[in-house]
Design a protein around this ligand. Structure first.
Ligand code: UGA
Length: 449
């Protein structure tokens, strides 16, 4: 099929590249000429495992093209995917300004029947608004359907998620739209759920809000675990083995960040509110999530006593492993707090250091070394904020020898507390119990270094 993709951000780029990989002819547009120039040269604008390889392969094959000219993407397209951002407004609702812009761009270029598909995460009834906007700005009669086909891509495994989805949701209002989308997804080996358009729109917000709820639930249980001296990892395993609950999304730690879950929880509450439904449960989910960073900061304070003048090594800037994305990352809250309290902070992330250094500029008290070992040299504490596998594989004896005091505050529960005690670390976790030396012994260790 001929496919047009409007927007080459995270969702748009992955959608364009993956549909091209599946043999479709894809033309993707963006208003940002710099992004289009880079992508046209086969250089990915975001880090996502496997993306650049698919990008270069499909550009070379001729099945994928990037342009700033909307006409090129719309003219021959059977289906046009709208993949533009819907950031949070100050009142929590999703800001649909880019969706409207996209609809206005498409409207005057329509030449015959087109299926317009929203992939962005949008509030209920957005498809109807898109349809109305297109009809209003087309300058004549148009032959379109607007469908909803939400994406469920996780950053870090977006290519895999796209090519091997758990399910495809197709929200349509006409037989023609239904037939086109079922044809597009006919080779996918997963359940395809066909619904009406508002149902598909709602499923996306409900799914992300449920995932956030699951994370806050396990984090709340982890608070209780700490209070009663039980290991949250074992509790999570014990409840996750029940297939009705499932093992996914039960990792206690610093909570959920990123560009999607925090924004979508807010937007879902707003949708509920606008329809007279009080979704208080999600308010609590947000509050529990906010508390996680505070808990970690308290642990750092407990471990270091006075933060002023201490060197704190931070491992992890990305909001989760497998990405260079720092949007909604706990690091954005933790690092400024440490700096404000007078710590000298060094930050290392396998992929996201450059993005973090753009957000929090390096200065005398904040630097971005190139390796985890340079980061921890002479540090008084090591704070782990992202669950990269690279951190699990660190040479802990080397880390301990390099640090001034072997203290780790682990916001992602990467290590086994007993093992850490045996290696001589003071080790603070979120929900697994803390290995803290008695005060006198700690002072002796410090004195001996
Ligand atoms: C999320 C959803 O998982 C995707 O299905 C959805 O398509 C996407 O949003 C979107 O709306 O575009 P993503 O934001 O990439 O994907 O990241 P997740 O893997 O969902 O993780 C979100 C946050 O939860 C991260 O900060 C992660 O560290 C945290 N998390 C995840 C936990 O704290 N514990 C867990 O057990 C799992």
């Amino acid at each position: 099929m001929n496919l047009g993709v409007v927007g080459t951000g995270y969702v748009g780029l992955v959608t364009a590249v993956c549909f091209a990989e599946l043999g479709h002819h894809v033309v993707a547009i963006d208003t940002n000429a710099e992004i289009i120039a880079r992508l046209s040269l086969g250089r990915a604008t975001i880090y996502e495992p496997g993306l650049e390889e698919l990008l270069t392969r499909n550009l070379a094959r001729g099945g994928l093209r990037f342009t700033t000219n909307p006409e090129d993407a719309i003219r021959d397209a059977d289906i046009v995917f709208l993949c533009v951002g819907t950031p949070s407004r100050s009142d929590g609702a999703a800001d649909c300004v880019h969706v409207e812009d996209a609809a206005r761009i498409v409207a005057p270029l329509l030449n015959g029947y087109k299926l317009i598909v929203e992939k962005s995460t949008v509030p209920l009834n957005t498809a109807y608004r898109i349809s109305r906007t297109i009809r209003g700005f087309a300058g004549g009669p148009v032959n379109i359907d607007v469908a909803s086909n939400p994406e469920f891509l996780r950053e870090g495994s977006a290519i895999h998620d796209f090519l091997h989805p758990d399910r495809v949701i197709v929200g349509v209002d006409s037989d023609r739209a239904r037939a086109l989308l079922l044809d597009l997804y006919r080779d996918f080996d997963c359940p395809i759920l066909v619904t009406d358009v508002p149902t598909a729109e709602l499923i996306k917000h409900a799914a992300n809000s449920f995932l956030a709820t699951k994370i806050s639930y396990i984090n709340m249980v982890s608070e209780l675990c700490e209070a009663v001296g039980v290991d949250i990892k074992t509790v999570a395993k014990g409840i996750g083995l029940d297939p009705r609950i499932g093992e996914g999304f039960l990792q206690a730690g610093l909570g959920f960040g990123g560009a999607c879950l925090p924004k979508d929880v807010k937007a879902f509450m707003k949708i509920a509110d606008e329809h007279g439904v009080d979704f208080g449960l999600l308010k609590e989910v947000e509050q529990i999530n906010r508390r996680r960073v505070d808990l970690l900061l308290r642990k750092i304070e407990r471990a270091l006593w006075v933060i002023r003048g201490k060197v704190v090594a931070v491992l992890g800037a990305a909001f989760k492993p497998g990405t260079d994305d720092i949007r909604g990352a706990p690091a954005l809250a933790v690092i400024p707090k440490l700096r404000k309290n007078g710590a000298v902070v060094r930050v290392y992330d396998p992929k996201a250091s450059a993005n973090m250094a753009r957000a929090l500029l390096p200065d005398q008290g904040l630097s971005y070394p190139d390796s985890p070992y340079d980061t921890v040299r002479d540090a008084h504490a090591l704070v782990i904020l992202t669950a990269w596998d690279e951190f699990r594989e660190l040479d802990l004896d080397r880390i301990s020898a390099l640090m001034k005091t072997p203290i780790i505050v682990d916001g992602r529960n990467l290590f086994d507390p007993t093992e850490m005690r045996d290696r001589g670390f003071e080790y603070y976790t979120l929900g697994r119990g803390d290995v803290a030396l008695p005060l006198r012994a700690a002072l002796e260790v410090q004195g001996a270094r």
